[in-house]
Design a protein around this ligand. Structure first.
Ligand SMILES: NC(=O)c1ccc[n+]([C@@H]2O[C@H](COP(=O)([O-])OP(=O)(O)OC[C@H]3O[C@@H](n4cnc5c(N)ncnc54)[C@H](O)[C@@H]3O)[C@@H](O)[C@H]2O)c1
Length: 313
């Protein structure tokens, strides 16, 4: 199916930057219930990219010029879309209501995508008339800097919808991966939280403190991950060695089905991480700012223009 116009519902942290990504290749309508100065916010969020010479200012302005903002969902920049990405608040009832509205406004073949981080696309689309054209598209934050987008099939998504969305995402320089079943956490958060469960377990059991666990990731296997995923790595060391290691090790790994009691303890003391000044470690506002800036600058440094298509409308 040919996609010519796209739309985004919700112009918050994710929606406006998803709009920026899609504007590499398509005219984009963005709708929010409140007025958002999307152009100014995108300029601010992409400042490092132009300062580092990754995009010229003109290229960023080109994209911004392709984005039309509206507070009226019936506006033609939404109703004429061939594909809509929803990025409203993470609220099941709101998402279901938004898609019920869209189903009345958009054409019958328009593809519907939800950017929900955790909610089931099968459940969000449960009451829609055309469930086959609905799919999850989980962009990671910041949406313009992280290439991965998980495309999640619901229990009713048809092949053509999933393939069209994968192709569309590739055309704007994203790295889409297909999650063939609607499971909690999709693919990447299942991997991430399997690791976090083990990390918390080691702290809980006095095997290592929190900083040591972080260092063991940052200076060791974490360095490999951008170049070699776990499946490739298992092939590298050999299936025979992988089998033997798992026979010896798996029985000793964390397998709790409830959150670590340390999380509950910290919660009861109001220690909720950077925003309260203490979580697994103490955080001054300056340290928190440095940590966030380091991540951002790492992502900007890794931003590969060959992976992120040039403006090509
Ligand atoms: N923030 C993240 O790190 C992140 C990462 C991946 C996915 N997500 C998911 O993306 C979605 C949006 O998250 P966010 O962080 O951008 O939220 P946000 O709070 O920054 O933005 C949500 C926007 O939706 C708008 N909105 C609410 N109801 C609306 C409606 N009926 N019609 C149009 N607009 C409406 C709000 O006014 C707001 O501007 C959520 O489902 C979230 O789980 C968030």
């Amino acid at each position: 199916m040919k996609i010519s116009n796209v739309a985004v519902i919700g112009a918050g942290m994710m929606g406006k930057m998803i709009g920026f990504v899609l504007a590499a290749h398509y005219p984009v309508g963005i709708c929010d219930v409140k007025y958002v100065d999307v152009s100014a916010e995108i300029r601010e969020d992409t400042r490092e990219l132009s300062e580092q010479g990754i995009f010229t200012k003109e290229e960023i302005e080109d994209r911004i010029a392709r984005i039309q903002f509206t507070t009226d969902m019936r506006s033609s920049c939404i109703s004429d879309a061939d594909l809509v990405v929803e990025a409203v608040f993470e609220d099941m009832e709101l998402k279901q209501r938004t898609f019920a509205q869209l189903e009345k406004i958009c054409g019958e073949s328009c593809i519907f995508c939800t950017n929900s981080s955790v909610m089931s696309p099968s459940e969000i689309s449960i009451d829609l008339e055309h469930r086959e054209r609905f799919v999850g598209t989980h962009f990671w934050n910041p949406a313009h800097l992280i290439p991965l987008v998980e495309v999640i099939k619901s229990d009713a998504t048809c092949e053509e919808t999933a393939q069209t969305v994968m192709d569309m995402l590739e055309s704007v320089g994203k790295k889409p991966v297909l999650c063939k079943k609607d499971v909690p956490g999709f693919i990447a958060n299942r991997l991430q939280h399997a690791l976090w469960r083990e990390a918390f377990y080691m702290v809980e059991n006095g095997i290592a403190d929190a900083k040591t666990v972080d260092d063991a990731c940052k200076y060791g296997p974490g360095l490999r991950w951008p170049a070699m995923g776990p499946m490739e790595n298992s092939d590298l060391v050999g299936i025979d060695l992988t089998y033997n290691i798992h026979k010896y090790l798996l029985g000793t790994l964390a397998d709790n089905h409830e959150p670590s009691y340390l999380l509950q303890d910290m919660l009861s003391r109001g220690e909720v991480g950077m925003k309260s000044g203490k979580g697994w470690q103490r955080w001054t506002p300056e340290q928190a700012a440095v940590s966030k800036a380091n991540l951002r600058s790492y992502l900007v440094d890794r931003f590969d223009r060959t992976d992120n298509n040039k403006n090509d409308m």
